[in-house]
Design a protein around this ligand. Sequence first.
Ligand SMILES: [Fe+2]
Length: 285
Amino acid sequence: MDNFSYQEWKKARLESCPRSVEELLVEIGGLINLSDAEKAEIQTVLRRSNMAVYRCRDDFVDRAAVCAFASNFGLERLDHHLCTNADGVSEISVASEGEGPRTEYVPYSNRGLSWHTDGYYNHKARQINALVLHCAQNASIGGESTLFDPEMAYILLRDEDPRFITAFEHPECMTIPANVGAEGEIRAAVCGPVFSYDVGGAIHMRYSARKRNIQWRDDDITAAARDFLTEILTDENGPVFRYRLQPGEGLICNNVLHNRTAFEDGAGHKRLLYRARFFDRIETS
Ligand SMILES: [Fe+2]
């Protein structure tokens, strides 16, 4: 993006972006019978921040209802992977012994998750552009998320040093080594940029703050860009949104940066989130 276009775009983004997490919240009746007015309200929030948190009044929500809700926003092409159910929706909960591949991955434990965007280990052809995360049950303690719009990250990085953007656009910026299981290779190594752009110019961010299993391009500017991003994301008073989803609430977003604190389940509080990941980007108009 040339500097003139960037300054115009930035001005508009900063004028409209939400200042508090409350501005992300939209009350809706039910997931499967979303009204036109509710849809429009969610789209307005999404245009401002690439994310919205809905609060529905359904007594019961299943995986099909999450998909029905998502389809209102053009989200149809689900990412089916190792840990999804046959319908392509994952149940994010603490996996017990013998529950197959889920036990191997941190999201299916009660441990915290560091900052990332979903599918950072996917090839470009399977890039995750959007996701819906619906909370069916929360934990007794913890399980809070922090959220950050990649477009805001882009602005802060570019204004600090435009070379940070160039470094993060490099096609060999971030490499995820192959995933090798007992039976052999599950996924080949994946190499790609942090920032990429779709045909309409929308920014996609691919990122993980994990220290292990990530190989960054060995370059001073890349290292400085990573340090600066870490500073933004870990600043207690920074421009991030902290939110703990309650039962009946969910996040719909264009794969924004997020993390999760560790949690403890308790009686009647076995944390369960339905997660649907899409190759589509959200239709916001
Ligand atoms: Fe995630």
